[in-house]
Design a protein around this ligand. Structure first.
Ligand code: DC
Length: 226
């Protein structure tokens, strides 16, 4: 049985800055960390690598072979496939699109659900994604839902992509973000929306430091009240 260690969830659409924020929180608290989007991205990586069509039987046959090989560094996570560093590759637009396509399949989400819950370990877990506060950890002690304007998200994504070696026009990034948002928000299972008890933070005109400070205030208040 999995013990009920405390969980903090940071949910939101792509490019709102939830990865950096949640990783920084996990470092401050010295808690475990899970970037759930990486699980969908790793699955997408396998599907593209093995050139599979999106048929249920193809995807299910992959499950036993998928390994989630994360290494936690000072400035973020690295992801490996058979010892090869694929951290940059899994951020390509192709993989981002594929990840959002497979995220609509209930059997994919169900398979990942248990794997995600296993990250709930001593002394606690900070995790981010789309449904971490609504579906995966509904009893999380703090749920933050991050927002940012579309233009700021696109600018951030452009910079992230450039740092990872990809060049893309802002117009194309905006178009892709809208497409992924639509899919994330309109899927039947676990669509992207804030949990009822989530605190919404709009970080459009806030630096990471300010967003982190605001989040830590909320978290410390909660932890000290317990
Ligand atoms: O957070 P991200 O952009 O790395 O996520 C990639 C895709 O994975 C996203 O388009 C939707 C899916 N995803 C999801 O459906 N649920 C999560 N908890 C995390 C990601």
């Amino acid at each position: 049985m999995i013990k009920k260690y405390p969980v903090i969830t940071i949910d939101g659409a792509s490019g709102v800055g939830k990865s950096t924020l949640s990783y920084s929180i996990s470092k401050k608290l010295n808690w475990n960390f899970l970037e759930s989007g990486y699980m969908y991205r790793i699955m997408a990586y396998y599907i593209i690598k093995y050139d599979l069509s999106l048929k249920k039987k193809n995807i299910i046959s992959l499950f036993p072979y998928i390994t989630f090989d994360f290494k936690y560094m000072n400035n973020g996570i690295k992801v490996f496939f058979k010892n090869k560093d694929i951290s940059n590759e899994i951020h390509s637009e192709k993989i981002s699109m594929m990840a959002s396509k497979i995220a609509i399949f209930p059997y994919v989400r169900n398979w990942l659900l248990n794997k995600q819950r296993k990250f709930r370990r001593f002394p606690g877990l900070v995790t981010n994604g789309r449904d971490m506060g609504t579906m995966v950890f509904p009893d999380a002690i703090v749920k933050i839902f991050l927002k940012k304007s579309l233009l700021e998200r696109a600018k951030k994504r452009k910079l992230d992509l450039r740092l990872r070696g990809f060049k893309m026009k802002i117009e194309k990034i905006i178009k892709d973000i809208k497409q992924r948002d639509y899919r994330d928000k309109n899927r039947i299972l676990c669509p992207l929306f804030p949990a009822k008890d989530a605190i919404i933070i709009d970080s459009t005109s806030m630096s990471l430091e300010k967003t982190l400070k605001k989040s830590m205030n909320i978290i410390y208040k909660k932890l000290l009240n317990k």
